[in-house]
Design a protein. Structure first.
Length: 117
């Protein structure tokens, strides 16, 4: 397993972790993910700054849309491993299963339409 595959596995595990709620609000597109504790928000901001300084580039767009707790963990692991976060978001096992199920359902629908002719 390559270093990048290992990183993607760790990213998927981080994204699958539950996150808490709090009174600290951030601006985010997804309103379900916009609150956290003040400590989590500050840690996330600090680690984002460290990531930008370390890699001399901003976080990938997908990472900025995650919950602040996940952003903090993602930045921390990238800096520790000295590997930038991938441009594409790693899927959690639940997301992979859902995508596979949707793919099978779409294939079945195409097959049913073909047989109906």
């Amino acid at each position: 397993m390559s270093i990048h595959d290992q990183l993607n596995d760790e990213i998927a595990k981080i994204l699958a972790q539950p996150h808490g709620k709090g009174s600290y609000k951030i601006n985010a597109l997804d309103t379900n993910k916009d609150s956290c504790s003040l400590a989590t928000g500050l840690a996330s901001n600090k680690l984002q700054s460290q990531y930008i300084k370390f890699f001399n580039r901003p976080l990938p767009a997908w990472a900025t849309l995650e919950h602040p707790l996940h952003i903090a963990h993602l930045c921390d692991i990238a800096i520790q491993r000295q590997i930038e976060l991938p441009e594409q978001r790693a899927m959690t096992p639940e997301e992979e299963a859902l995508e596979e199920l949707q793919g099978k359902k779409a294939l079945r629908n195409r097959f049913d339409r073909f047989n109906a002719r």
